[in-house]
Design a protein around this ligand. Structure first.
Ligand code: ATP
Length: 271
Protein backbone atom coordinates (compact mmCIF):
# COMPACT_ATOMS: atom_id res chain seq x y z
CA UNK A 1 0.00 0.00 0.00
CA UNK A 2 1.10 3.54 -0.64
CA UNK A 3 -0.57 4.81 2.51
CA UNK A 4 2.63 5.91 4.16
CA UNK A 5 4.47 8.59 2.33
CA UNK A 6 7.82 7.28 3.44
CA UNK A 7 9.34 5.59 6.42
CA UNK A 8 10.80 7.90 8.91
CA UNK A 9 12.80 6.39 11.67
CA UNK A 10 13.84 8.92 14.20
CA UNK A 11 15.49 6.28 16.33
CA UNK A 12 17.83 4.07 14.38
CA UNK A 13 19.50 1.44 16.51
CA UNK A 14 21.69 0.01 13.76
CA UNK A 15 25.38 0.81 14.10
CA UNK A 16 28.57 -0.07 12.24
CA UNK A 17 28.89 -3.15 14.44
CA UNK A 18 25.86 -4.59 12.61
CA UNK A 19 27.52 -4.10 9.24
CA UNK A 20 30.10 -6.81 8.69
CA UNK A 21 32.97 -6.49 6.27
CA UNK A 22 32.69 -3.39 4.07
CA UNK A 23 35.59 -1.82 5.93
CA UNK A 24 36.53 0.57 3.15
CA UNK A 25 32.94 1.68 2.66
CA UNK A 26 32.57 2.27 6.39
CA UNK A 27 35.76 4.30 6.36
CA UNK A 28 34.35 6.47 3.60
CA UNK A 29 31.01 7.14 5.25
CA UNK A 30 32.68 7.87 8.58
CA UNK A 31 33.19 11.41 7.34
CA UNK A 32 29.44 11.77 6.88
CA UNK A 33 28.83 10.53 10.42
CA UNK A 34 31.30 13.00 11.81
CA UNK A 35 29.76 15.81 9.84
CA UNK A 36 26.25 15.01 11.07
CA UNK A 37 27.54 14.96 14.63
CA UNK A 38 29.55 18.18 14.44
CA UNK A 39 28.38 20.20 11.44
CA UNK A 40 29.89 23.39 12.84
CA UNK A 41 33.38 21.91 12.91
CA UNK A 42 33.24 21.62 9.12
CA UNK A 43 31.33 24.71 8.17
CA UNK A 44 33.62 26.83 10.35
CA UNK A 45 36.56 25.94 8.13
CA UNK A 46 34.59 26.31 4.93
CA UNK A 47 35.01 22.68 3.96
CA UNK A 48 32.54 21.12 1.56
CA UNK A 49 30.82 17.98 2.69
CA UNK A 50 29.38 15.85 -0.09
CA UNK A 51 25.65 16.35 -0.59
CA UNK A 52 24.97 13.01 -2.05
CA UNK A 53 26.60 9.64 -1.50
CA UNK A 54 25.78 6.90 -3.98
CA UNK A 55 26.20 3.30 -2.85
CA UNK A 56 26.76 1.05 -5.84
CA UNK A 57 26.57 -2.72 -5.71
CA UNK A 58 24.55 -5.90 -6.20
CA UNK A 59 21.33 -6.63 -4.27
CA UNK A 60 21.53 -7.74 -0.67
CA UNK A 61 25.09 -6.60 0.00
CA UNK A 62 24.18 -4.22 2.81
CA UNK A 63 23.68 -0.84 1.14
CA UNK A 64 20.51 -0.06 3.07
CA UNK A 65 22.08 -1.43 6.21
CA UNK A 66 25.13 0.82 5.82
CA UNK A 67 23.02 3.92 5.21
CA UNK A 68 20.96 3.12 8.32
CA UNK A 69 24.14 2.59 10.31
CA UNK A 70 25.34 6.06 9.31
CA UNK A 71 22.14 7.50 10.80
CA UNK A 72 22.46 5.23 13.84
CA UNK A 73 26.07 6.19 14.49
CA UNK A 74 25.31 9.88 14.10
CA UNK A 75 22.12 9.60 16.15
CA UNK A 76 20.01 11.36 13.50
CA UNK A 77 16.65 10.53 11.89
CA UNK A 78 16.58 8.33 8.79
CA UNK A 79 14.10 9.06 5.99
CA UNK A 80 13.79 6.39 3.37
CA UNK A 81 11.96 5.85 0.15
CA UNK A 82 12.41 3.45 -2.73
CA UNK A 83 12.75 4.65 -6.30
CA UNK A 84 10.21 2.02 -7.25
CA UNK A 85 7.60 3.83 -5.12
CA UNK A 86 7.46 6.37 -7.93
CA UNK A 87 6.80 3.92 -10.72
CA UNK A 88 3.32 3.84 -12.24
CA UNK A 89 2.18 6.87 -10.40
CA UNK A 90 -0.23 9.56 -11.45
CA UNK A 91 1.11 12.70 -13.02
CA UNK A 92 2.67 15.02 -10.49
CA UNK A 93 2.57 12.59 -7.61
CA UNK A 94 6.20 11.50 -7.86
CA UNK A 95 7.48 15.07 -7.92
CA UNK A 96 5.31 16.11 -5.01
CA UNK A 97 6.49 13.13 -2.99
CA UNK A 98 10.07 14.18 -3.57
CA UNK A 99 9.16 17.70 -2.46
CA UNK A 100 7.46 16.42 0.71
CA UNK A 101 10.34 14.12 1.51
CA UNK A 102 12.87 16.94 1.42
CA UNK A 103 10.59 19.34 3.24
CA UNK A 104 10.10 16.95 6.14
CA UNK A 105 13.78 16.09 6.21
CA UNK A 106 14.78 19.74 6.37
CA UNK A 107 12.51 20.15 9.38
CA UNK A 108 14.24 17.27 11.13
CA UNK A 109 17.82 18.15 10.15
CA UNK A 110 20.44 16.98 10.78
CA UNK A 111 19.27 13.78 9.16
CA UNK A 112 19.79 11.29 6.36
CA UNK A 113 17.54 10.76 3.37
CA UNK A 114 18.03 7.37 1.76
CA UNK A 115 16.61 6.52 -1.67
CA UNK A 116 16.88 2.84 -2.52
CA UNK A 117 16.80 1.76 -6.20
CA UNK A 118 17.42 5.31 -7.32
CA UNK A 119 17.77 4.06 -10.90
CA UNK A 120 13.97 3.64 -10.98
CA UNK A 121 13.69 7.44 -11.07
CA UNK A 122 17.22 8.37 -12.06
CA UNK A 123 17.41 6.77 -15.49
CA UNK A 124 18.84 8.95 -18.20
CA UNK A 125 16.17 11.26 -19.55
CA UNK A 126 15.03 11.25 -23.12
CA UNK A 127 15.94 7.63 -23.73
CA UNK A 128 12.35 6.49 -23.97
CA UNK A 129 12.74 3.52 -21.71
CA UNK A 130 10.95 0.23 -22.00
CA UNK A 131 7.53 1.37 -20.94
CA UNK A 132 7.61 4.45 -23.12
CA UNK A 133 5.91 7.67 -22.06
CA UNK A 134 8.17 8.37 -19.14
CA UNK A 135 7.29 12.01 -18.65
CA UNK A 136 6.16 11.33 -15.14
CA UNK A 137 9.47 9.75 -14.21
CA UNK A 138 11.28 12.69 -15.77
CA UNK A 139 9.24 15.10 -13.68
CA UNK A 140 10.21 13.17 -10.60
CA UNK A 141 13.87 13.15 -11.53
CA UNK A 142 13.79 16.87 -12.29
CA UNK A 143 12.26 17.56 -8.91
CA UNK A 144 14.98 15.51 -7.25
CA UNK A 145 17.63 17.57 -9.04
CA UNK A 146 15.91 20.79 -8.01
CA UNK A 147 15.82 19.67 -4.38
CA UNK A 148 19.46 18.64 -4.43
CA UNK A 149 20.50 21.99 -5.83
CA UNK A 150 18.29 23.82 -3.38
CA UNK A 151 19.74 22.49 -0.18
CA UNK A 152 23.13 23.11 1.18
CA UNK A 153 24.75 20.59 3.47
CA UNK A 154 25.23 23.11 6.24
CA UNK A 155 21.54 22.55 6.90
CA UNK A 156 22.63 19.04 7.85
CA UNK A 157 20.66 16.98 5.34
CA UNK A 158 22.69 14.32 3.58
CA UNK A 159 21.24 12.34 0.75
CA UNK A 160 22.29 8.72 0.34
CA UNK A 161 21.08 6.48 -2.45
CA UNK A 162 21.65 2.96 -3.68
CA UNK A 163 21.69 1.32 -7.08
CA UNK A 164 22.97 -1.77 -8.81
CA UNK A 165 22.70 -0.03 -12.20
CA UNK A 166 24.94 3.03 -12.08
CA UNK A 167 25.35 2.76 -15.85
CA UNK A 168 21.75 3.81 -16.54
CA UNK A 169 21.77 6.86 -14.28
CA UNK A 170 21.26 10.28 -15.78
CA UNK A 171 24.61 12.06 -15.81
CA UNK A 172 22.98 15.11 -14.22
CA UNK A 173 22.70 13.11 -10.99
CA UNK A 174 26.42 12.46 -10.90
CA UNK A 175 27.54 16.03 -11.35
CA UNK A 176 29.54 17.81 -8.65
CA UNK A 177 27.22 19.08 -5.94
CA UNK A 178 24.88 16.14 -6.45
CA UNK A 179 25.96 12.53 -6.03
CA UNK A 180 29.58 13.48 -6.13
CA UNK A 181 30.69 10.62 -3.93
CA UNK A 182 30.35 7.01 -5.09
CA UNK A 183 31.09 4.02 -2.91
CA UNK A 184 31.30 0.51 -4.32
CA UNK A 185 29.82 -2.31 -2.26
CA UNK A 186 30.85 -5.72 -3.52
CA UNK A 187 29.69 -9.22 -2.72
CA UNK A 188 31.68 -10.40 0.27
CA UNK A 189 34.77 -12.58 -0.08
CA UNK A 190 35.53 -15.48 2.27
CA UNK A 191 36.62 -13.18 5.10
CA UNK A 192 33.65 -10.92 4.54
CA UNK A 193 31.21 -13.83 4.65
CA UNK A 194 32.81 -15.11 7.83
CA UNK A 195 32.32 -11.67 9.39
CA UNK A 196 28.69 -11.54 8.26
CA UNK A 197 28.01 -15.02 9.66
CA UNK A 198 29.55 -13.88 12.95
CA UNK A 199 27.09 -10.99 13.14
CA UNK A 200 24.07 -13.13 12.33
CA UNK A 201 25.08 -16.06 14.53
CA UNK A 202 25.08 -13.77 17.56
CA UNK A 203 21.34 -14.13 17.98
CA UNK A 204 21.24 -17.86 17.16
CA UNK A 205 21.62 -20.62 19.67
CA UNK A 206 24.03 -23.00 17.97
CA UNK A 207 25.48 -26.20 19.40
CA UNK A 208 28.80 -24.37 19.68
CA UNK A 209 30.65 -27.37 18.27
CA UNK A 210 29.77 -28.08 14.65
CA UNK A 211 28.73 -24.56 13.71
CA UNK A 212 31.43 -21.99 13.12
CA UNK A 213 31.48 -18.91 10.92
CA UNK A 214 34.52 -19.90 8.89
CA UNK A 215 33.07 -23.30 7.87
CA UNK A 216 29.81 -21.61 6.89
CA UNK A 217 31.69 -18.97 4.91
CA UNK A 218 33.48 -21.72 2.99
CA UNK A 219 30.13 -23.33 2.19
CA UNK A 220 28.67 -20.17 0.68
CA UNK A 221 30.82 -18.78 -2.14
CA UNK A 222 29.13 -15.96 -4.04
CA UNK A 223 26.52 -15.33 -1.35
CA UNK A 224 25.54 -11.82 -0.37
CA UNK A 225 24.80 -10.69 3.18
CA UNK A 226 21.05 -10.90 2.70
CA UNK A 227 21.35 -14.58 1.71
CA UNK A 228 23.58 -15.27 4.68
CA UNK A 229 21.06 -13.67 7.04
CA UNK A 230 18.39 -15.79 5.39
CA UNK A 231 20.35 -19.03 5.85
CA UNK A 232 20.90 -18.34 9.55
CA UNK A 233 17.22 -17.71 10.06
CA UNK A 234 16.15 -20.80 8.09
CA UNK A 235 18.58 -22.99 10.03
CA UNK A 236 17.10 -21.80 13.33
CA UNK A 237 13.58 -22.49 12.07
CA UNK A 238 14.52 -25.98 10.87
CA UNK A 239 16.09 -26.82 14.25
CA UNK A 240 13.05 -25.52 16.08
CA UNK A 241 10.68 -27.53 13.90
CA UNK A 242 12.68 -30.61 14.87
CA UNK A 243 12.39 -29.70 18.53
CA UNK A 244 16.15 -29.44 18.96
CA UNK A 245 17.52 -27.28 21.70
CA UNK A 246 20.29 -25.88 19.52
CA UNK A 247 21.09 -25.36 15.83
CA UNK A 248 23.61 -27.74 14.25
CA UNK A 249 25.65 -27.75 11.05
CA UNK A 250 23.17 -30.24 9.58
CA UNK A 251 20.45 -27.61 9.96
CA UNK A 252 22.63 -25.11 8.14
CA UNK A 253 23.12 -27.64 5.35
CA UNK A 254 19.37 -28.02 4.92
CA UNK A 255 18.94 -24.26 5.09
CA UNK A 256 21.59 -23.84 2.43
CA UNK A 257 19.76 -26.24 0.11
CA UNK A 258 16.55 -24.38 0.69
CA UNK A 259 18.03 -20.95 0.03
CA UNK A 260 19.90 -22.18 -3.07
CA UNK A 261 16.68 -23.78 -4.31
CA UNK A 262 14.91 -20.47 -3.83
CA UNK A 263 17.61 -18.62 -5.73
CA UNK A 264 17.45 -21.09 -8.62
CA UNK A 265 13.70 -20.70 -8.86
CA UNK A 266 14.06 -16.95 -8.90
CA UNK A 267 16.63 -17.19 -11.70
CA UNK A 268 14.36 -19.47 -13.71
CA UNK A 269 11.57 -16.93 -13.48
CA UNK A 270 13.90 -14.23 -14.71
CA UNK A 271 15.35 -16.22 -17.64
P1 ATP B 1 18.99 -4.18 -2.07
O1 ATP B 1 19.86 -3.58 -3.10
O2 ATP B 1 18.34 -5.47 -2.49
O3 ATP B 1 18.07 -3.21 -1.38
P2 ATP B 1 20.93 -3.92 0.02
O4 ATP B 1 22.30 -3.91 -0.54
O5 ATP B 1 20.31 -2.64 0.43
O6 ATP B 1 19.98 -4.72 -0.94
P3 ATP B 1 20.33 -4.71 2.65
O7 ATP B 1 18.87 -4.46 2.52
O8 ATP B 1 21.12 -3.73 3.41
O9 ATP B 1 20.95 -4.91 1.25
O10 ATP B 1 20.59 -6.15 3.28
C1 ATP B 1 19.53 -7.00 3.64
C2 ATP B 1 19.86 -7.71 4.93
O11 ATP B 1 20.97 -8.60 4.72
C3 ATP B 1 20.32 -6.80 6.04
O12 ATP B 1 19.24 -6.28 6.76
C4 ATP B 1 21.20 -7.71 6.86
O13 ATP B 1 20.41 -8.53 7.69
C5 ATP B 1 21.84 -8.60 5.82
N1 ATP B 1 23.14 -8.07 5.39
C6 ATP B 1 23.49 -7.65 4.15
N2 ATP B 1 24.75 -7.23 4.10
C7 ATP B 1 25.24 -7.37 5.34
C8 ATP B 1 26.51 -7.08 5.95
N3 ATP B 1 27.52 -6.57 5.25
N4 ATP B 1 26.65 -7.35 7.27
C9 ATP B 1 25.63 -7.86 7.98
N5 ATP B 1 24.43 -8.14 7.48
C10 ATP B 1 24.23 -7.91 6.17
Amino acid sequence: SKATLFDQNSKVNITFADVAGLDEAKEEVMEVVDFLKNPKKYTALGGKIPKGVLLVGPPGTGKTLLAKAVAGEAGVPFFTMSGSDFVEMFVGVGASRVRDLFKQAREKAPCIIFIDEIDAIGRARGRGGMQGGNDERENTLNQLLVEMDGFSTDKGVILMAATNRPDVLDSALLRPGRFDRQIGIDRPDLKGREAIFKVHLKTIKTDGVTVDPFTLAEMTPGFAGAEIANICNEAALIAARRNQDSVTLADFNYALDKVIGGLEKKNKLIN
